[in-house]
Design a protein around this ligand. Sequence first.
Ligand code: IPM
Ligand code: MG
Length: 468
Amino acid sequence: MQAARRETALGPQGVPNPRSRAVLLCGKVVSVQASRPAAKPVLAPGQGRLTDLPSTSPALPPQECYKAAEQFPDVAVDEVISDTFAMRLLRDPELPSRRKQKMSLHRIAVIGGDGIGPEVVEAGVEVLEALAAVEPGLAFEFKRFDWGSDYYRRNGRMMPQDGLAQIEDFDAIYFGSVGDPDLPDDITLWGLRLAICQGFDQYANVRPTRLLPGLTGPLRPELGQQIDWVIVRENSEGEYAGVGGRAHRGLPIEVGMDVAVFTRAGIERIARFACDLAMSRPRKLLTVVTKSNAQRHGMVLWDEVVREVVRGYPGLTVDWMLVDAMTQRMVNKPGSIDTVLATNLHADILSDLAAALGGSLGIGSTANIDPSRSRPSMFEPIHGSAFDITGKGVANPLGSFWTASLMLDHLGEQAAARRLMVAIETVTGRGESLSPDLGGAARTAEVTAAVIAALEGVNSTSSSRLAG
Ligand code: IPM
Ligand code: MG
């Protein structure tokens, strides 16, 4: 919402202060900047009512963020300080000194979930720990949450009632998968994954796809190698809004309805996110997917609002595709696509096609992002729980590793994200240590060991094209 974005200078009482600048986005502080570090903190660390905030408190109001920053003069105030970070400062007064030692500790909530989810996520944790051992200043603290279908069998819920409150202070959520052959999918999905995505308003789902070196997808090589896409999926409403109902249950006239909900605000914010992302990529090319020829209300609003938003990006090349035609363009002219914006359901379908064209569903990765950074974002491989191979030790962990790289990127660890991506590409490029879905015979543990060995041989200055 361009109109809601404004820059202001806030003093400790919220009055203009020439020394500082807070950038507000939709009323939330996204950064606080000062022309020089705060020389005289207004409050001594630990003082003031900020310390009384309950642990479940939502985002801090702008003035409070500013004050939090002022309390810790050791923190360079000209670095971006999110409200989440300001809250972490208050709970963890040691944080500035750790940062001074160039140690960035990231607290990650780990939810393996169902099926092969725990296997690939634990492999990812191993890889992240190996990365922390070789990447100066990088550190993680992982906390496991045993939520999912087994938790449901024991407790009648997919996660505890206060589940969101338990994870809201983490820096990120590393998620496996959800789904169980003995439980209805709508229960498992809405009880955990969607409950987190929607509860934390992670409205931007980002799915990069590339044919990694050494892999052969189903397309002819010269076409497959052109794949370098990032799909932006609206992740909070649309066809997944959960609105609808059932009537006349059990009777011949029974009816079930799902209402796709499109809001101006919801469309506007995801369109802006997609435009910003497309602008950050070399080709500055956005394809907007729609189906407004057949769906004449929500999809027409989608077109209208996206059109208004893209007008604000004169440097961006934009084209439009009906979703059905998009599938054939992805197959026949993959090089004509870069960034794709689509609704929740359309992008769900297109991203499976993208992953398959990229070599395997096993390597697809996803970021569920709250761009306001008020709450943690969630990172998950695109594949599901894959019950046919659960417990056999043959799941492909590369999707989970690529996901970990997206998580590092989001956490501001670009060098580590690149280093991990280069290690993944080194392993695929060699063509050894590939799992069965990629035509190899390597087990999860062998792929993991190969990526860890490659990590140790790659330093953070090596380059990689990080999609997304
Ligand atoms: C995905 C998955 C989920 C979705 C399933 C598990 C409901 O397919 O993340 O793409 O449709 O969102
Ligand atoms: Mg899907």
